[in-house]
Ligand binder design. Structure first.
Ligand SMILES: Cc1ncc(COP(=O)(O)O)c(C=O)c1O
Length: 392
């Protein structure tokens, strides 16, 4: 097992004292219109909290989101809605309501659109799903190494799939080039210079998850003390940092960003921005496929720089977290968590176990009494690998 890497800093006081304190988010009313919408469960893992010596451990289970086994549909659906609504406004001068969008009014007036994206699985499935339920089409660019089951789910949404030689980053580049050539509408969750608005809407869409968490804990003392968030290109954890800082201001929880050692693009980027000695992003080898990204999303970085700690962990911890959630302790629910889904809990386990991470434990007061929140961002999106790990 390779030792974890970490970096800690003090977040910028200007953002930390922003007196926003708003629980609302623009995306929630939209999501309520989607077929099958309901808040995903927030589990209290009391047995595991006791075992880990914590005051409490809550897990938001996004494997239950719209039957798609991952959280990504929150962002893709909202990003596509906002994109289509902007085109509708240009054409009609009026606002497009969520229900008119879902009834296909925009498609009738503007014509059928073909959305496209690169994906390591979950975002592509979510884009394809949104295209299907709104009467549009999708072309999804996937890296050649993507497992069969994830491909099958995308094809099941009637999307055209393009297999790109190379990794996720190669798929992102090919999608951008092919979109121009074929006149496709790019719905990417990562951003680059000149392509920022749609990824920003997608990240806004993820905020619905945090609103649901706040609602589910209305009667309790909230927020938690520490939140651990898994990170790929950074859109998901950036949306969490933005929401928690805006909602809770100086009482905001400490936030830990967790990446695989093989793909620590955000750790490398935030350290570079802070003028630290540059570090390697990693060799791209990790079982956490959803987090296996070589380049951080440009627009996510300012928010991510407001996190308290950045951690890159070995796959050993995510295997362990998957098994722990599957073989639940008496009284705790069983949670089906995939390789990237379990990464937040995996980061927590690393912090609690690894001697070299004692500075993180101490600085964030992760120990007896601490109330911790993690998100299971995906279920068993690679069922064969999932079974191998949990039944090992
Ligand atoms: C299951 C899962 N969790 C977390 C993430 C990380 O999200 P982001 O790439 O926005 O950082 C991803 C990204 O694809 C994912 O699939």
């Amino acid at each position: 097992m390779r030792p974890s890497r970490f970096w800690m800093h003090s977040p910028d006081p200007i953002l930390a004292t922003n007196p926003g304190c708003r629980t609302d988010c623009a995306a929630r009313p939209f999501h309520r219109h989607l077929p099958g919408y309901r808040a995903t469960p927030l589990h209290r893992l009391r047995g595991l909290a006791r075992r880990l010596g914590l005051g409490g451990l809550a897990l938001k289970d996004e494997s239950k989101r719209f039957g798609l086994n991952a959280f990504k549909s929150l962002g893709a659906s909202y990003g596509i809605y906002r994109y289509v609504a902007a085109r509708w406004r240009e054409s009609t001068g009026t606002a497009l309501s969520p229900s008119a969008f879902l009834e296909g009014k925009a498609t009738e007036k503007l014509g059928r659109m073909t959305f496209c994206t690169a994906t390591d699985g979950n975002h592509g499935r979510a884009v394809a799903w949104t295209a299907r339920i709104t009467g549009n089409d999708a072309v999804i660019f996937v890296p050649e190494c993507m497992v069969e089951e994830r491909r099958r789910h995308i094809e099941h949404e009637n999307a055209e799939m393009v297999i790109v030689p190379g990794d996720y980053d190669a798929a992102v580049e090919t999608a951008a080039v092919e979109a121009k050539r074929r006149n496709l509408h790019v719905i990417s969750d990562t951003s680059w210079p000149g392509y920022e608005q749609i990824p920003a809407w997608i990240a806004e869409g993820y905020e619905t998850m945090f609103v649901e968490i706040a609602e589910a804990t209305e009667d309790e003392r909230f927020p938690p003390d520490v939140v651990l968030l898994q990170c790929g290109v950074g859109a998901f954890p950036a949306s969490a940092v933005t929401w928690f800082r805006r909602r809770y201001s100086i009482d905001s929880p400490k936030i830990v960003i967790v990446e695989p050692l093989g793909a620590a693009c955000v750790l490398a980027a935030v350290m570079a921005r802070a003028g630290e000695t540059p570090i390697d992003v990693g060799d791209g080898r990790t079982i956490m496929a959803g987090l296996n990204c070589g380049t951080a999303s440009r627009i996510a970085l300012p928010a991510l720089c407001q996190a308290d700690a950045f951690l890159a962990i070995d796959d050993h911890y995510t295997r362990k977290a998957m098994r722990t959630l599957y073989h639940s302790l008496p009284g705790d629910p069983q949670v089906i968590s995939g390789e990237s889904g379990a990464a937040g809990l995996a980061g927590l386990m690393a912090i609690l176990e690894e001697a070299a991470l004692a500075p993180v434990r101490t600085a964030l007061s992760i120990g007896t009494g601490a109330r911790v929140l993690v998100v299971n961002t995906e279920g068993d999106t690679d069922p064969r690998h999932f079974r191998e790990i949990v039944l090992d």
